[in-house]
Design a protein around this ligand. Sequence first.
Ligand code: UDX
Ligand code: UDX
Length: 464
Amino acid sequence: MKINKICCIGAGYVGGPTMAVIADKNPDIKVTVVDLNHQRIEDWNDEDLTKLPVFEPGLDEVVGRARGKNLFFSTEVEQAIDEAEMIFISVNTPTKTYGKGKDMAADLKYVELCARQIARVATNDKIVVEKSTLPVRTAEAIKTILYNTGNDVNFQILSNPEFLAEGTAITDLENADRVLIGGEQTKKGQEAINALVNIYAAWLPKDRILTTNVWSSELSKLTANAFLAQRVSSINAISELCEATGANVNEVSKAIGMDSRIGPKFLQASVGFGGSCFQKDILNLVYISKSLGLDSVADYWEQVIIMNDHQKNRFAEKIVSTLFNTVSGKKIAFLGWAFKKDTNDTRESAAIYVADKLIDEQANISVYDPKVKKKQMYSDLDYLKTRSSEKNHEHLKVANDPYEVCKGAHAVAILTEWDEFLELDWEKIYQSMNKPAFVFDGRMLLNAKTMKDIGYKYYVIGSE
Ligand code: UDX
Ligand code: UDX
C-alpha cells in the first residue's frame, strides 16, 4: 500500500519536527500538520523561520526546504483528515489534574476527541498512527471508538512512539537508533505496518525499523523513558552521597560509564530531570501497575520520581541554608528556565520548582533564559497554584540580559546548561554582585577552580 497523503493532528514539539522530517525525506508524499490552535499554525507558517513556535537546532532548515512544497500547516482539520490515507495523532497527553487517577494517570481526552473526529469525517479506509505517548492498551480504546461511531470505514491502528529528545530532535529523527512500529498481527495489520515502514525506510536502514505487536510498542515507550529517568535519579542519589563524603560525582560517572555494560550516557548529575515525558510516563507506569494490583512494581518506579523531587528540593534548600538560613528579600539570579539547553520548552523544568520553593522563603528571583518567553515563566509558576499570580509577579522578574539579572544579586543559580553561560564575563558579574557572592551550579557547567579564583563561593551538585 502506497501512502500519498499524510495528516498529523497536533503541531507541537513532536508533531511539527517529526512531520517536517518525514516530508523532507519523502518528497512524493503530501504532509499536512493541523492544530486547533490558530496562533500555533500561523507561527509555523511564518515567513521568518526564526519565529517557528518550536525552537530546535536545524528545524528551520528542514521546514524551509519542505514547507509549501509537500509540507503544509493548517487549521482545516477535517479536510486534512478526509484526504489522508494515514493520520498521525500527536496531541498532548498531560497528567490528569482531576478525578480518578488525578496527578498520575494520563489525560486521554484530546486523543479521544481526535479519534471521534476521525470517525466522523472519514469516508475511506485509514491507517491511524498513535504518536502521542499513551498508556498500554490505548490503541484498543481508539479502535473501539473508530469502529462504533465510524461510517463503515476500515481502520488500522498503529503505535509509533517517538524517541526524539528536544534540543536534538532533528538529528534524533534523521539518524534514529531505532523506529518502533506496533500493529495488529493480521494480514491487514501487516499491510499497515509495511506502509509506515516504507515511509521511514526512505532514509533509515531497514534493520533499524522494528515491528512488534501494539502493546509491546506502547509499553516500550514508557519503559525507555523510565529507564533513562532512572539513570538520572540513580546518579543524582549518588551526587548527594558524594557531597557528604568528598567523592566527586563526575569522577564516579566517568568511572562507571566506562564499564561497557553500563555505558556513559545519562549519567550527568543535575538539579533534577524535567521535560514533558519522564515524569508523566513514569506516573503512567505507576498508575497502570497499581490498577493491575502490582503494588511492588508501582512502588519501585515511583521511587525514581521521589528521588527527582528530592533533588530539586535539596538544591533550593542548599541555597537557603548557605545564604545564612534566609533568602527573604534577597535577590537570587536564575540563569536558565528551560528544562535543558537548546529548547524553549519548560514543561516540568526544575527551575520552576526551585523558584517556587525560594519564593516561599520570600526571595526575589530574577531570571534570564535565552529562549524562554517571560509570559511562559509566569504561566509555569501560576500553574502550581502555590500563591496568587500577583505575588508571583512581585517575586519573580525577568530580563533579557544576564548581566542585568545578576547585578546586585546575593547568589546566582544555574538551572539550565546553556552553552552561552560559559562565555559570560564571570569577573564582571562578580564585581556587580553582593558579597560574599555565591554561585549554585545545578548543571556542573562551570569550572570550579576558575570560579573560586575569581572570589566566588561556588557550590556545585555532586562534590564538596
Ligand atoms: C507530544 C506527545 O504527543 C505526547 O504524548 C508526548 O508524551 C510528548 O510529546 P508535544 O508535541 O510535546 O506532545 O505536545 P504539544 O507541544 O503540547 O503539542 C500538542 C499540540 O496538539 C498542541 O499544539 C495542541 O494545540 C494540539 N491539539 C491538542 C490539537 O490540535 N487538538 C487537540 O484536540 C488537542
Ligand atoms: C526524553 C527522551 O530522551 C526521549 O527519547 C523521549 O522521546 C522524550 O523524553 P526529552 O525529555 O526531550 O527526551 O529530553 P532528555 O534529553 O531525555 O532530558 C530529560 C531531562 O533529563 C532533562 O531535564 C535533562 O536535563 C535531564 N538529564 C538528562 C540529566 O539531568 N542528566 C542526564 O545525564 C541526562
